[in-house]
Design a protein around this ligand. Structure first.
Ligand code: MN
Length: 140
């Protein structure tokens, strides 16, 4: 057993995120564990670009109000305590509501040794138009 060294908060790069997004690496397992956990903080209106995870991803909302949407799918409004699972290969984005911060834990597994990469495939940004439509579709 050992206490893990704390790593500095990382700013989400502008080519992958819209708005102000920061994350802390909470866990990066040593083999044979492929556990990955980040705490991600989104300012109001901030969101990821469209992307997909080779091994899927589980989000668990800690604070605030958030949105998540799969390509062609309905918007899911996320509240503290909510857990959302995105299966492997499904295009999606996640982020804060327009008028609230949101923090979530992002949990996934790194690629296995015999698995083709990349771990995450990134696409285009979620446009303001797409984001506004998502807010309008948030009936919760
Ligand atoms: Mn994701």
């Amino acid at each position: 057993m050992h206490l893990q060294p704390t790593q500095p908060t990382v700013k989400g790069p502008a080519d992958l995120f819209t708005g102000d997004v920061h994350f802390d690496v909470i866990a990066a397992g040593e083999l044979p564990s492929r556990l990955r956990v980040n705490l991600v903080r989104f300012a109001p209106g901030a969101r990821t670009a469209w992307h997909r995870h080779a091994n899927g991803q589980t989000l668990h909302v800690a604070e605030g109000r958030g949105l998540v949407q799969a390509r062609g799918g309905a918007v899911i409004a996320m509240r503290p305590g909510d857990t959302v699972y995105t299966p492997p290969g499904e295009w999606h984005w996640h982020g804060a509501a327009a008028d609230h911060f949101m923090s979530h834990l992002a949990m996934w597994e790194a690629l296995a040794e015999d698995q083709e990469g990349p771990e995450v495939v990134w696409g285009e940004h979620v446009s303001d138009e797409e984001y506004r439509a998502a807010i309008a579709g948030d009936a919760r």
